[in-house]
Design a protein around this ligand. Structure first.
Ligand SMILES: [Zn+2]
Length: 88
């Protein structure tokens, strides 16, 4: 998945579920401050943290995120989205 494909997938997901973005791009310094892993997709702008509006929206993000090629990690306070495959 390329960066543009990732952005399009997030936009498509926004049409299917209601959420707000709480983190996207991070510099290595800001990534370290929030306890992100050193090789975080956030440093490449290829990860997006979102908070769903309702439980139903959480389920829709998990279901449709996968269909759009996104790996969805439930981090309890938010959902972390990143590409399922490697960067091309
Ligand atoms: Zn994240």
């Amino acid at each position: 998945m390329t960066y543009v494909e990732f952005c399009v997938a997030i936009a498509q997901l926004a049409a299917l579920a209601r959420f707000r973005v709480t983190s996207w791009w991070r510099s290595p310094v800001s990534n370290a401050k929030v306890g992100g892993v050193e090789d975080s997709w956030h440093i490449l702008g290829m990860a997006c943290d979102v908070v769903a509006e309702t439980v139903l929206d959480t389920e829709r993000i998990k279901k449709f995120g996968q269909k759009l090629g996104l790996k969805v990690h439930d981090e309890v306070t938010h959902l972390h989205l990143e590409p399922m495959g490697a960067v091309e």
